[in-house]
Design a binder for this molecule. Structure first.
Ligand code: ATP
Ligand code: MG
Length: 458
């Protein structure tokens, strides 16, 4: 056992003291230990104890059995479940795994070493006693941390067959921490792909989303490709491998996508970058005049439809799916300083004011990922300035921003609710986008009154 000299948050020490006072042991486990040893702020402070959950609960004014079937309860030091709760899990081992996802039964254990043995990687299988600062490290996690290695606890093939998510986690940790994967652990990923297929898509998606927060997600996506995981989770990306584009681009479609994903900042823009050219392979056509060069007509709209299918398969929320699909659909704009203010407003309307920052970020990443050393601000800054200017003149960008509504249209035209009402509002908006000074109630009411026959123009 090694002793360390760093200080832990007071409440972590207090929770441990109470477990000790109740006659139990208390260890910090998992990511917190790894992060403390790396010298980075720890996320969650999870604790393990030999006490049973019902015994643990007695030492705290409030607790919730958040994962009681796995021996986990969440406790608070106050009586209202307020503020930070701590997950405390009884030492456990895991029986056999017959479904490649869940242990058949959870067995409580009396030694911390047995609890550490069920954990996935050596760097995640260390325990720290918060009261004595002693480290329990039976699998040499510290050594691997220094060597920057992801190594499975035990036989990687056996461990990945037990739970198919672990191979995806290996790549996620390697990518986020910028570590290598130990050779045996890496080889085991390709040999156990059949168990990955049994894992729920939500769990795989969540690991993939964590991978995308890495500084360079491309490294992880490439590891997924070479091990075979990409073919399971996002096979559409593989269609772009070796697909040469044209003289605007340094990279093939796949490498361009990876470079754009690395360059984009923020979850939404990153996901949009990952999907923006997803349909290029399916829309590619040889240029008859230049052998080897391709065009990709309608890859934006075909890509939006394909992104929709993929994000449904990956069970993204409707909101996030719609946002990303919209960004993919609209990524092919070509700003020209000759655009009228009306054109700039129509651009804003198409994109949606709430998506402007993401479309700029996507475009910035797309330009960088062409690999030609172009400066994205040359195109983006003038456009952003124009958008600021038109938004200052008027924020009316959608039907609901108009100074009249459907009821007004029905009253003035004496018509019942019908698609016609929407058409009139659309045309009024077109007029207002051209000339924001029209967006006053009286002006619009009089414009509506000119709209008497179905085919009359405003
Ligand atoms: P992060 O900082 O990303 O949350 P973490 O190490 O805390 O990293 P979690 O997914 O929160 O990761 O899991 C907490 C701990 O539980 C891990 O450190 C590991 O010891 C263990 N663990 C999690 N998932 C598995 C798994 N599928 N198989 C074995 N052990 C696991
Ligand atoms: Mg965690």
């Amino acid at each position: 056992m090694v002793k360390f000299s760093f200080s832990l948050p007071d409440d972590v020490v207090e929770v441990s003291r109470r477990l000790r006072a109740a006659g139990g042991e208390a260890y910090l486990v998992g990511g917190a230990v790894r992060d403390l040893l790396r010298g980075v702020p720890a996320g969650d402070f999870d604790l393990a104890t030999n006490l049973l959950p019902e015994q643990t609960a007695k030492s705290f004014p409030s607790s919730v059995p958040t994962g009681i079937e796995h021996g986990t309860i969440t406790v608070w030091l106050n009586d209202r479940c307020q503020g930070k709760g701590f997950e405390i899990t009884t030492y456990r081992g895991e029986g056999t795994y017959s479904d490649g996802r869940h242990p058949d039964q959870v067995i409580f254990m009396s030694r911390i070493e047995d609890d550490l043995a069920r954990r996935d990687f050596t760097i995640n299988a260390m325990a720290l006693n918060p009261l004595t600062l002693q480290l329990v490290d039976p699998f040499d996690g510290q050594k691997d941390l220094i060597a920057r290695l992801i190594r499975a606890v035990g036989d990687p093939k056996v461990r990945f067959c037990e739970d198919g998510l672990r191979s995806m986690r290996a790549i996620r940790f390697a990518t986020c921490l910028d570590f290598n994967i130990d050779a045996n652990t890496l080889a085991a990923i390709s040999e156990t792909l059949h168990t990955v297929e049994k894992v729920s898509i939500e769990r795989l998606r969540d690991e993939f989303l964590k991978l995308l927060t890495a500084e360079k997600p491309s490294r992880g996506i490439e590891l997924m490709r070479t091990t075979g995981l990409l073919a399971i989770i996002l096979p559409e990306l593989l269609e772009g491998v070796d697909l040469h584009q044209n003289h605007f681009h340094m990279f093939d479609v796949y490498q361009h996508t990876l470079a754009a994903t690395d360059a984009a900042e923020g979850r939404t823009a990153r996901l949009a970058a990952l999907f923006h050219d997803i349909a290029k392979p399916r829309t590619a056509q040889q240029k008859p005049d230049i052998p080897g060069e391709h065009t990709f007509y309608r890859h934006d709209s075909v890509g939006a439809a394909l992104t929709d299918v993929i994000l449904r398969r990956l069970k993204f929320s409707n909101d996030e799916r719609e946002k990303i699909v919209g960004l993919v659909a609209h990524h092919m704009f070509w700003y020209d300083p000759a655009w009228s203010d009306g054109s700039v407003r129509r651009f804003v309307r198409r994109i949606g004011t709430e998506n402007l920052d993401d479309i700029y970020e996507l475009r910035r990443a797309d330009i960088i990922a062409r690999g030609k050393g172009e400066d994205p601000s040359i195109e983006l800054e003038p456009l952003q300035q124009r958008v600021v200017n038109v938004l200052e003149q008027s924020r009316a960008m959608k039907i609901t921003d108009l100074a009249v509504n459907g009821k007004d249209v029905m009253e003035v035209l004496r018509v019942a609710p019908s698609p016609r009402v929407g058409e009139v509002l659309e045309q009024l908006l077109e007029r207002v986008l051209e000339d924001p000074s029209l967006n006053h109630r009286e002006r619009l009411l009089s414009l509506i009154s000119e709209y008497t026959t179905p085919n009359s123009k405003l």
